[in-house]
Design a protein around this ligand. Structure first.
Ligand code: SF4
Ligand code: SF4
Length: 311
């Protein structure tokens, strides 16, 4: 294997990651993939204003960028525990949410190969799912979740620009998994019925993930027993046959005491929490979605949906 891209790939794969590269000449096509959905009226305005703030131009911190590395890092479900009124509850954080450690590992590996060769890196703020499908790293499912061979949807995506030579360009057509041609399990099991057969995009404005990542009260039509995760939703990923070998991958998360759980439910500002509690939140990236944590935790406790923990 020769060339800086192949060396980088070998280093990432040694750590269990998968990588593809695309030339930045495709950025306008990537933008068009997203704009097309806007023009077709398939993206809810509020949702797209919140989620789709991407930067398609050459990055300011790396004006000579030539290439984008898109990397998939395996990530399990993380199960945190909360004690409240004498009972300990488990609450899941789905794959993709926990960022810092994995993102740093990716950056360190890229830097270890690219920096000695005289090349630089900058984080890419792009629609990484679409980019990863365009690179052939993964394929879409009917539920619009993306799947990597051997990892299923249990992974996190990270993208970096570099100014190294574009030795390889993996850009290709968007693809949906073959398994979805004859399978409707996610559609049949989605509690909000936001997956349909008459369009590719799900009705994301009704997806539990959008609803529980957004602030404010849940709409009246959302039934309490639909909630199944501290953030996001695992229904369609757990039922998906492509994830069959992945769904038992669960990592132990932090344990919040009765006192800590009480403070979280009261939505005490995070800077007023003890450092040890803040560290626990950071370990599940809950500092990124602290504004919705109290509401999501409360609805899970009230619906008694998540399993009381039996030591
Ligand atoms: S549940 Fe079936 S249809 Fe849905 S993403 Fe998985 S394979 Fe595709
Ligand atoms: S994440 Fe949940 S609400 Fe969203 S499509 Fe999947 S099952 Fe439906």
């Amino acid at each position: 294997m020769t060339g800086v891209i192949n060396t980088t790939q070998a280093e990432l794969e040694k750590n269990g990651f998968k990588v593809k590269t695309v030339s930045i000449t495709h950025l306008s096509e990537l933008q068009e993939d997203i704009d097309k959905f806007h023009r077709q009226g398939l993206l809810d305005k509020q949702l797209s204003d919140s989620y789709l703030r991407f930067q398609y131009g050459t990055p300011e911190d790396l004006p000579g960028a030539t290439i984008i590395f898109i990397i998939a890092v395996p990530q399990p479900i993380t199960r945190a525990q909360f004690t409240w009124q004498g009972t300990t509850y488990e609450a899941d954080i789905p794959p993709t949410y926990i960022g810092k450690t994995d993102d740093t590992r990716v950056k360190d590996i890229l830097t270890s190969v690219l920096k000695p060769a005289g090349y630089r890196l900058a984080r890419a703020r792009l629609p990484v799912k679409t980019l990863a499908v365009r690179s052939g790293l993964m394929q879409y499912g009917r539920n619009n979740i993306t799947y990597v061979p051997g990892m299923g949807s249990f992974q996190r995506l990270v993208a970096f620009y570099s100014d190294c030579p574009t030795e390889r360009d993996d850009w290709q057509e968007l693809k949906v998994m073959k398994a979805c041609e004859t399978c409707f399990k996610c559609l049949e099991n989605c509690p909000t019925q936001c997956i349909s057969t008459d369009r590719f995009l799900i009705h994301a404005e009704n997806c539990l993930t959008w609803l529980n990542e957004s602030e404010g009260d849940f709409p009246d039509w959302v039934k309490p027993d639909w909630h199944n995760a501290l953030i996001g939703c695992m229904h369609c990923q757990l039922i998906c046959p492509v994830n069959k070998t992945q769904i038992k991958k669960v990592a132990d998360g932090p344990i919040f005491s009765e006192k800590e759980t009480g403070l979280l439910l009261q939505k005490i500002p995070s800077d007023k929490l003890a450092e040890v509690t803040r560290d626990k939140l950071v370990s599940i990236s809950a500092n990124d979605w602290y504004e919705v944590l109290a509401r999501n935790l409360r609805v899970l406790i009230e619906s008694r949906l998540f399993t009381p923990h039996v030591p």
